[in-house]
Design a protein around this ligand. Sequence first.
Ligand SMILES: *Cc1c(COP(=O)(O)O)cnc(C)c1O
Length: 401
Amino acid sequence: MRLQDLAAFGGQPLFSELKHTAQMNLPEWSKLKNTLRGIVERSYFTNHGPLVNQLEQEFAKALGVRHAICVSNGTSALMIMCRALGMRGEVIVPAFTFPATVQALTWAGVTPVLCDVHSQTQTPTARQVEACITRRTTGVLLTHVWGQSAYSDDIQKLADAYALNLIFDACQAIGCTHLGHQLGNFGKAEAFSFHATKIVNATEGGCITTNDDHFARCFRAARSFHETPDDPPGILRMNGKMSEAQAAFALLTLEEFEQNLTANHDRYTAYCRELSALPGIVVGVYSDSEVNNYQYVNVYIEAEVCGLTRDELFDLLAAENIICRRHFSPGMHRIPPYDSMPQQIGRTFPVTDRLCERIMQLPNGQQVSIEDVTRICGLLSEIIALAPEIRAYHQSHQCLG
Ligand SMILES: *Cc1c(COP(=O)(O)O)cnc(C)c1O
């Protein structure tokens, strides 16, 4: 391959259609059609309908958790969870997370205090969390990054010692485990997302799980503007309901969870195999002793080894219609308004910064075949072989510019 064969330099893109990261896992059309027809025939479109109730039961059963409360999306799950638990003042949250984790706290009226993460686990250690505790701290919200548990007994002990609410953003963690136990069972409550890019897909959708009967009633009350006799008093309400159409998608993709997980795992294994010999492209590994949903194929780009930065590679791949992601880049401490909050001023987040500079998610999901994976990796290998030429080209054009 020559430089001019790359799409960024005038060649034909490798793919004629876009290859995305975490693309929709669509349920079988015949099943979807039947389920949607049922909604129309019942004329029951929303307000805790039969499909939402069924989804709550099936999701709770799959996770082995007492309560699953479906809501409109993962962000509202986080907002409701935080608000209905009565969190106030400051809540500690990782700087390396999806923006919604932190934004939900702001909506719930609490001040997020960002915390750096450990380079190996990509989640804060108990020590890192403890260093952020002030007299105003009422809670800790940690993210199960890439479905890997953020829970540890140390974190739980710390939360207990300081009487803090410990909750989790489990939006990426459907079907994932901590020491063999399903995530969704830890802390006071956990928030899941059924966004189109997640392995269980309601187009938009979310769910709060908890083993606490009282909190479950609080969450149910908060997601609806109408009061019922069963509701605890003093709950701030909103419209966070899930519709029947959303539940239809989620139920069908939940039914296909195992096969989607297996397909994800096959693609992940193919990526690992194809990229193992490539210098400077390190595939993120998942623990063999836990279940993961393999929805995220992360690679870490070592520019000093492969000769190109993550962003250079990202752009070269995008030109070929290979649409990668750079989650969770930039770190939340660099995103307004969090970059200028007094709680963050003068603090540094070196581990988050370093992760954000190197991480990239490769295409995955139903629309990516194993053959696609082979082609993507083959191209990556060609690109890296051309790295010195690409560099030289960029440098000469920077001089011209
Ligand atoms: C997807 C995601 C969210 C947001 O979920 P939505 O359903 O899109 O609101 C929050 N946190 C994490 C870690 C996510 O991956």
